[in-house]
Design a protein around this ligand. Structure first.
Ligand SMILES: *Cc1c(COP(=O)(O)O)cnc(C)c1O
Length: 364
């Protein structure tokens, strides 16, 4: 089965081997306070620092999902309110979840064809500014947010990198809280998320002093200092993460490959297909190259064409990602995650060439 779904997404084929190995080694039944479990957790954390270049003074936690991190930020890292800058469905959902916990959240919704550098930033005493590094719903990404760092020097910057962490290199120092669930660029089955905090984030947590919840950050931090977790964790997933991290290349190498592949994809659509949607054509939803995500592509077409192409691909054993949020019917999405192979990409390209209206060849 070939899948380009942007989460849950294709897992590394070698996961099959490590699943069996975990079973054979008895990992599935170990006590979560045991030395073995602490070693597995430590290995995964050390490898995350090493392979993804996470700074040594940033701390790493395992929780159940990116959605849980949205809650942890609201509970443990926000005293007054959070400010949410977003252009799509995941950023919107985050603001909505935070709003259920906090008495107040501020929202700045910007157009998906606008750069975050251009938006008018409101004066705000928000504790946390929330950004979506890769907006999985519309295929946009943020390259940097210097204007935000300058405008809100006191605030913590929290970045949802769910569909980009482990796919592209991140500038860790440019934010205080980063998180991603493992079913996207990590190429693992769903059910766990990685949360990364700067020393400044922990200082803020100390001042706020939240210890009310099982997943209060300070309580999690006490446990992770001992390479333990605040609840019985998904040990199998931590094990798989450590094994996958052992074998994947350094993030600089992966990042270069993912960027080159993304460029190939965008060029492919622009070169081969009629961009006139009324003609049954297709084109990347995002027309400004600098805003285009490297890890998730949203391709726009008329709803009937989207439906048709997804059905045709499904019949060929290729799953495309559905559109999401506002773009549910008018786009399909293609994940460009590290676990997806060259053979998979070639198969999809070949089928698209066969089934989408090609650009008219003009001869003079
Ligand atoms: C997938 C996704 C989420 C949700 O992840 P869960 O692990 O299901 O909580 C959040 N944010 C973004 C940007 C995503 O792509």
């Amino acid at each position: 089965m070939i899948t380009f779904y942007p989460g849950p997404s294709k897992v590394y084929p070698v996961v099959e081997h490590y699943l069996k190995q975990a079973f054979d080694e008895g990992v599935l039944s170990i006590n979560h306070r045991s030395q073995t479990c602490m070693q597995i957790t430590r290995s995964a954390i050390d490898l995350l620092h090493q392979k993804l270049h996470i700074p040594a003074d940033y701390t790493i936690y395992f929780v159940s999902s990116a959605t849980e991190v949205w809650e942890i930020i609201a509970q443990s890292l926000t005293q007054r309110h959070s400010l949410h800058l977003y252009n799509g469905a995941f950023g919107d959902k985050w603001a909505e979840y935070a709003g259920r916990i906090l008495p107040q959240v501020s929202r700045v919704f910007y157009d998906y064809e606008q750069s975050i550098e251009e938006i008018l930033l409101p004066d705000s005493d928000a504790d946390v500014v929330c950004l979506t590094h890769n907006e999985t719903s519309n295929g946009t990404h943020l390259k940097q947010w210097n204007t935000i760092l300058q405008k809100y020097p006191e605030a913590l910057i929290a970045v949802d990198a769910t569909s980009s962490m482990a796919g592209v290199e991140l500038d860790w120092q440019s934010a205080d809280i980063w998180f991603a669930s493992v079913q996207k660029c990590f190429g693992l089955p769903a059910g766990m998320a990685v949360m990364v905090c700067s020393p400044k984030a922990l200082r803020h947590a100390e001042i706020i002093g939240d210890r009310k919840y099982y997943n209060s950050l300070l309580f999690m931090n006490d446990n992770f200092k001992k390479y333990q977790t605040h609840y019985t964790p998904n040990v199998l997933e931590i094990y798989l993460l450590s094994k996958i991290l052992e074998q994947i290349p350094d993030i600089s190498e992966t990042s270069a490959r993912i960027e080159a592949q993304a460029k190939e994809w965008y060029d492919f659509f622009e070169e081969h297909f009629d961009a006139d949607l009324t003609n049954g054509g297709v084109k990347p939803l995002i027309q400004i190259p600098a805003l285009r995500s490297d890890t998730v592509l949203a391709i726009e077409a008329q709803p009937a064409v989207v439906k048709h192409i997804k059905q045709i691909m499904e019949a060929q054993g290729i799953t495309l990602g559905n559109g999401y949020g506002a773009w549910k019917d008018s786009t399909f999405r293609i994940a460009n995650f590290p676990a997806i192979s060259e053979a998979d990409r070639l198969a999809l390209r070949e089928q698209l060439l066969l089934h989408l209206p090609n650009k008219a060849v003009v001869t003079v």
